[in-house]
Design a protein around this ligand. Structure first.
Ligand code: EPU
Length: 362
């Protein structure tokens, strides 16, 4: 049953309308790209920053635990959600500022990431093209510092606008305080100084450098350049290549449920890497600027023979072993978790490496 109810709030600032719509028993299957079944006992749609303030000031919701839901593209739901789900749907994209060295573009946290990439290209503000087709929303993009084909969100981020879930006050966080790392940020951590569960990202400001410089170092992009003979691609050309590369090997969540890469690529010392190469000379690895080495988790899972294997409705994608999929649309979160654990054990058994999941498991 999903009977929305109107509930008054008793302490809202002047000018903020006093109603808050609380939906009950909301099916979350359409709101997570894995298509996993789960119910939110209470769900509030955040359509503007002031809605967060309304939640904080609400007599019941104010003190209740909260769960912030963006595009649900990095989420594995294994059970119903008892915390109040704040579904972020803040719209809008605009050019905030034109500087000599950059365009500053601001987007609402609820904007679909790929729509932002398309809008910036159409308006003539390139810089996000390598990250075309990444599933999810703008608000989720800094949380795990999404990235693809040589660029991460942190490379294009100016600042994050967020609302504090305790005080209901807005904050503007410059990129320097977001503690970005590989698929990591301050928004992913709940311990001391972390902001997970403590704030809601409402808008994100991007810095798109002028003049535009293509980012071409990635092997598959170089392959496209060789194939087409194009040595000086336009932003649109790179966008088209990235879309083609992704469509060829990553499943479209609208067709087959998934949460992108299921594990992070592990980073090991040069010595550990030499040891593994000694046993498995073919392992795909990338030396990092600090001397460490990133290993291709997809290659390791593939080498352990997991492609196409399944536990119930959860399966390893047959074109990219790093991606787990909801095969017939009927998978349950527990099956995804069982499959993931079995993969972790088998990779540990062969390579001595513990794979760390990328999505949040609830
Ligand atoms: N490989 C295999 N077998 C497989 C999968 C991969 O041999 O089943 C090999 C590939 O041939 C390649 C290497 O492993 O040599 C790496 O694979 P790929 O280039 O597909 O990239 P990835 O490391 O698996 C990462 C990101 C992706 C991002 C791509 C492109 C992570 C965890 N994943 O994947 O991001 O799109 O690079 O930049 O860093 C995501 O985070 O959800 C995501 C999709």
């Amino acid at each position: 049953m999903s009977m929305p109810s109107e509930s008054p709030s008793n302490a809202v600032p002047a000018g903020v309308p006093i109603s808050l719509r609380i939906e009950e028993d909301v099916n979350l299957r359409p709101y997570n790209t894995f298509g996993l079944p789960a119910v939110a006992r209470r769900l509030v749609r955040i359509r503007e920053a002031a809605d967060v303030r309304r939640v904080v000031d609400h007599p019941e919701l104010g003190r209740a635990p909260k769960f912030v839901l963006g595009g649900g593209s990095n989420l594995v739901l294994t059970k119903d959600v008892e915390a109040v789900v704040l579904k972020v749907e803040i719209p809008g994209i605009r050019l905030l500022e034109t500087r000599d060295d950059a365009w500053i573009v601001e987007a609402g946290a609820g904007v679909v990431w790929h729509d932002l990439v398309c809008w910036t290209l159409e308006q003539g503000f390139p810089g996000l093209e390598n990250m075309a087709l990444i599933p999810g929303t703008v608000g989720a993009s800094p949380v795990q510092n999404v990235g693809a084909y040589g660029i991460e969100v942190k490379d294009r981020l100016e600042a994050v606008e967020a609302m504090d879930l305790v005080t209901g006050r807005p904050a503007l966080l410059p990129a320097e305080v977001c503690r970005f790392g590989y698929r990591d940020s301050v928004f992913k951590h709940s311990g001391f100084g972390g902001l997970a569960g403590k704030s809601v990202i409402t808008r994100v400001r991007f810095r798109l450098p002028r003049p535009w410089q293509p980012v071409l170092g990635y092997l598959e992009i170089e392959r496209k350049m060789a194939e087409t003979g194009v040595t000086h691609p336009t932003p649109r050309q790179i966008f088209d290549w990235v879309c083609a590369i992704r469509r060829a090997k990553l499943p479209d969540p609208a067709v087959i449920g998934n949460a992108g890469s299921f594990f992070k690529n592990p980073v090991v010392t040069a010595e550990q890497c030499r040891d593994i190469i000694g046993r498995d000379p073919g392992i795909v690895h990338y030396p990092m600027p600090d001397g460490s080495v990133k290993l291709a988790a997809g290659w390791m899972i593939d080498a352990c023979g997991w492609k196409g294997k399944a536990v119930g409705g959860a399966a390893v994608y047959d074109k990219q072993a790093l991606v787990l999929v909801n095969k017939g649309g009927e998978a349950r979160g527990a099956e995804v978790v069982t499959l993931a654990r079995a993969i972790q054990e088998s990779v540990y058994g062969r390579f001595g490496i513990r794979l760390e999941p990328e999505p949040v498991v609830v």
